[in-house]
Ligand binder design. Structure first.
Ligand SMILES: [Zn+2]
Length: 206
């Protein structure tokens, strides 16, 4: 649900733009009819849906971009003081957001192919777990570090709740652990020396 609202929010500037051009006789007044608007909105929704796929339980990309757009809405509100109309303010806030996303995309794509693999020898394995060099490091992603880094949720604890400083996760059940070796207190993973779950999750040599 939160994803659907975030996507609609990201699509909304198209509607503002449409009604702006219709009511103010803007340059796109002739070109853009209502069916084109619907087509673009649908296309954008599907594109976002595709980008968000497989991110759970990490925050979806739509939600992260929505957080950015809301920040830019606040920043751009300074234009309102100078008499910019509401529709222009709304559209420019979103335009800044997408420009920012594009710049970040270029930087992280270049770095992913050059410096990141040099800095981190198991970089490819980390990517395989679904971690993303931009979406999971940006301040606009409000997930906990555990979700950002590991990408999987903790189980619902019944009796024992691990203390806050335990920051490792069992690769089998997701319970937080004091150390990254040994036997899981929750599901007993590791007791029989079988490390399949760990290798599936992180790859590498056993
Ligand atoms: Zn476990």
């Amino acid at each position: 649900m939160i994803n659907i609202i975030a996507r609609l929010f990201l699509i909304s500037p198209l509607w503002v733009m449409y009604f702006f051009h219709q009511t103010h006789d803007g340059p796109a007044h002739e070109e853009m009819d209502f069916s084109t608007l619907l087509m673009f909105s649908g296309g954008m929704f599907l594109l976002l849906l595709w980008r968000d796929y497989g991110r759970a339980p990490r925050s979806s990309i739509s939600v992260i971009v929505r957080n950015m757009a809301m920040m830019f809405c606040v920043v751009c509100s300074i234009f309102l003081l100078f008499g910019m109309p509401w529709s222009m303010w709304y559209m420019s806030a979103h335009a800044f957001t997408w420009f920012f996303v594009l710049c970040q995309k270029i930087v992280s794509t270049v770095a992913s192919n050059t410096i990141y693999p040099m800095m981190q020898s198991n970089y490819k394995d980390v990517l395989k777990t679904g971690w993303h060099p931009y979406w999971d490091t940006t301040v606009f992603n409000f997930d906990s570090d555990l979700i950002k880094n590991g990408g999987f949720e903790e189980p619902v604890y019944t009796n024992f709740v691990p203390p806050a400083e335990w920051e490792f996760q069992c690769p089998s059940c997701g319970a937080r652990q004091q150390t990254n070796f040994g036997v899981c207190w929750n599901c007993n993973y590791g007791a029989d020396g079988d490390d399949t779950a760990y290798l599936e999750r992180w790859g590498g040599e056993s």
